[in-house]
Design a protein around this ligand. Sequence first.
Ligand SMILES: [Zn+2]
Length: 455
Amino acid sequence: MKRGFLAKQKRKPVNAQIPIEEQLAKLVLSNTVEPMNKSASSEKIIDPHKSKSTAQSSAFSNLSGCLLYVNFRAKEPLPVKLPIGDVDKSLPENYKTGKPLWTEVPAETTDTREGICATTVPPQRNGETLADNPDNWSECIFLSRRLKYKIISTPGFPAPVPRPPNVRHRLGPSAFGTGMFATCDIKMGELVMSERPLLVTSGGIPSLYTPPPGDPKPTAAQIIQATIQEYERLLEYSVSRMLPENRAAFFKLHNAHTKDGSGPILGRIRTNAIGITIDTYEQKDLGSVRYGAVFNEISYINHSCVPNVSPKFSALSFSSRVRAIRDIKQGEEILISYCKPEVSTAERQAELKPYDFQCTCHSCSDPSSDAVLWKILTSPLAVERLDCKHRLMCAESWIAEIERKGWYHLEVYGTHLSIAAMCAKVLKKFDVYHKYENIYEAWTEGMYGESRRIL
Ligand SMILES: [Zn+2]
């Protein structure tokens, strides 16, 4: 577990005299949502491609509602959900703004030390404008200066931001305000659009506030409010470095967090950031790093628990590619899921609460959808015991059921496609094999940004 990562929360006893860190931990526990069905673990499901794609499922999650407080002073970072709604915004009694705890990293840095930094990716030279680089730049707050060095020293960096052969999207009015729409028919796996973020920030808020010694003991809520204030100062600095066009685009975005102590920048991040994983080429050194990214256009993509695209971030081009996970018709709204896909309606609604809207997609409005979802998630187990002929029949019926529901974002869809293809191959039904192989390749391209072959 590296700094900045969300550590597994350990349960601790709760009593009135517990120190601040444990009070914070208690807050996490009160926000913990129980698994959909504790009696059957989804880990038991046999999923041929799951090991390759575990990290990808989080590409669906939008960090905006659940930024986490990460306390580096503690042995393990303590994640705490930030406040939502109209809360008490009182600060610690003697709160004073401290010295900035971050540094600026030069464009072509070779600095590999630890520490919070504000920087621009790719490197931007003095006076360069969008006319010089239409792919744009991202302002970033990294929790380690090494990350920038690793990104810019990746061979081939920065790769151009990929574009579809023709423009396939537009922004326009939707039932949820502004949304993104397809301007032509788009096939499963095809690129809808891609974009470099305006702002990239850590997936957690680092501990930027320490109560001075001898200060009256602040409450956990006061410490969080002081930390939010300090973080907003860092964000202000980062936003001040943006090109004026990018800054204007950032402030045009909606802010659903005006009453919980979030400043205007953190509020917009919490409303609009998409969770990204930054994979650098030296995986063993840095691993995959979770960050939140705010985009000029991608941030306008609205939520559905039945999404039709998946965004995938590439560190090499420092951009997110939005690809279709099913065929999309011209004029259809482009939708991503802001929450975990394999959980109950109640859990999804809880995850969506900070965004200040009620999802009315057909999964949320159908009272039987949880039971069907659970059957689908556990279906590979039932198929496993059958002979090849019946496995194929069963897998095909689950594929049809998932398609009927529109749940192409479930990894189990890929599982059944692989099962169907493999069984068809054994049974020498090569036309059926090729059919599912082709769907699988297009679907993996859409879901994970890379076409995978059935093993
Ligand atoms: Zn929904």
